[in-house]
Design a protein around this ligand. Structure first.
Ligand SMILES: [Zn+2]
Length: 466
């Protein structure tokens, strides 16, 4: 051992007690300091509601909100970072209204990690794809939403309904779902749903979900693809049970009960008993679309999950029953979304990707773009989603809205494929992602501009963000 003459430490002569940071014991140490304001100049602002673009706009972001949008190029905001977008498009952040953050990425047994820990990757990857808000319809918790809100885990704003409410033997019954989705150590499937039967049982279960801070309540009124014993055609929960759930949630100020439902009888039973959201809806017919429109019921189709299951490599991994069920819903789902649009239903963007398919999330834009005009598809993921979530700060770039936006090289109202990140690892045209007024992704030309004002606010630290 050589002696190190500089390596000397001696105790201080006295100990001075330190106050907590900021003098407050309630300070949450991981909440980052407020982001410096941003002034975007020369932005082409995408106005989805009016299917138009406002050129040469100056957009100010402060305190996590958009504070002004104007043609005044001389706006001065003290301490702001000024970024000249040179005509690039500024689009509202995207919303995926049907996700399962605790089972999107990695195979179920990946490293035997807890689903809530794995979700920290999924949330970052979704944000890197431009999704600044997501609605989880099975599995996410109130505390995960808080973690995102506090930037403990970078991710999209999270709306969650806790566990799925299912009848015994229904689509959400973990015992009747595909066993390959269960994991040895943490059984994410049983974390995803709660079983209840009878008016008394479902009332208590709905109250419990509301107590846990659910933003909505998700139920199942039809069978599903990934469960071998409940037929797609099965209709689940009695009318009285559904009414008990919807009235309980309404009494407790819940916003919405939404139902997993593929078939007409399942959709009708749900809507006729107070449900105002339909998930999937693949076998929707025209008369039922009219019912959705006249009752103001939201439809969230999920084309990407059935598309992915129908092609390599996923189709080879599916058991026979699942492949057969998937064929029944895949092509019908493409027709259903068109019928719904024609009948004036408020259609929202959803993907439902599970079992390691999360990387396909933004291909949903390409799939819908084959069936509908681009500006309609963009509305699904912005303005319509804002109505579903009952939050007018989402889906728009205007004073008072959340400072959630994307920087794009092309107009998504004309070609929504600019938002498709691409399964081959391309980044599509998403050059920049801002959530809460914090820049989290910067690529291409936008990366140079961001470098000039001090770089990213938050480095997501994953390959998808590069
Ligand atoms: Zn789902």
């Amino acid at each position: 051992m050589t002696a190190h003459p500089h390596r000397h430490w001696a105790p201080p002569p006295s100990h001075t007690p330190r106050p907590p940071p900021g003098g407050d014991v309630n300070t949450i140490p991981w909440i980052p300091p407020p982001a410096r304001p941003i002034v975007f100049k020369n932005a082409a602002v995408v106005d989805v509601a009016n299917n138009s673009v406002k050129k040469s706009q100056t957009v100010v972001l402060e305190h996590g909100l958009v504070t002004s949008v104007s043609r005044d190029a001389d706006v001065v905001v003290p301490g702001a970072r000024v970024i000249d977008l040179d005509g690039l498009y500024l689009c509202p952040g995207l919303v995926d209204c049907h996700v399962h953050i605790n089972m999107s990425d990695g195979r179920p047994s990946s490293g035997y990690t807890d689903p809530h820990l794995r979700a920290t990757y999924t949330l970052k990857a979704m944000l890197a794809r431009g999704f600044t808000t997501v609605r989880d319809v099975g599995g996410a918790t109130f505390s995960q939403a808080q973690a995102v809100k506090q930037w403990l885990t970078p991710g999209p704003r999270l709306f969650q309904g806790g566990k799925i409410l299912s009848q015994t033997g229904g689509h959400g019954d973990p015992r009747s779902r595909e066993s390959s989705v269960s994991s040895l150590c943490c059984a994410p499937e049983s974390d995803m749903s709660v079983l209840a039967d009878g008016v008394e049982g479902v009332t208590r279960a709905a109250r419990e979900l509301m107590r846990q801070g659910a933003d909505h309540v998700k139920i199942c009124t039809s069978g599903g693809v990934s469960s071998p014993t409940d037929a797609l055609e099965s209709v689940q929960f009695s009318p009285a049970e559904i009414r008990a759930i919807t009235s309980t949630v309404a009494d407790m100020q819940g916003t919405l009960v939404t139902s997993h439902a593929y078939t007409v009888p399942a959709i009708r039973r749900a809507v006729e008993n107070g449900v105002r959201g339909i998930e999937h809806g693949n076998l929707l017919d025209r008369d039922t679309a009219k019912l959705l429109a006249s009752t103001g019921t939201f439809l969230t189709p999920t084309l990407m999950i059935s598309t992915a299951k129908g092609r390599a490599p996923w189709n080879d991994t599916l058991p026979e029953y699942m492949r057969e069920k998937n064929v029944k819903v895949r092509d019908a789902g493409r027709r259903a979304i068109q019928i719904a649009e024609e009948e004036g239903v408020t259609v929202c963007f959803g993907t439902d990707l599970t079992m390691g398919m999360g990387y396909l999330q933004s291909e949903e834009f390409t799939q819908r773009g084959q069936l509908l005009p681009s500006h309609r598809v963009l509305a699904h993921a912005t303005t319509n989603a804002a109505k579903l979530l009952n939050d007018d700060k989402i889906g728009v770039i205007a004073a008072g809205a959340y400072a959630d936006c994307l920087v794009l090289p092309a107009n998504p109202l004309e070609d929504v494929r600019v938002l498709d990140v691409g399964a081959d690892g391309r980044h599509g045209g998403i050059w920049g992602v801002v959530r809460d007024g914090r820049i989290v992704v910067a690529r291409d030309e936008f990366a140079e501009a961001v470098e000039g004002v001090g770089g990213l606010d938050v480095d997501l630290g994953i390959e998808e963000a590069k």
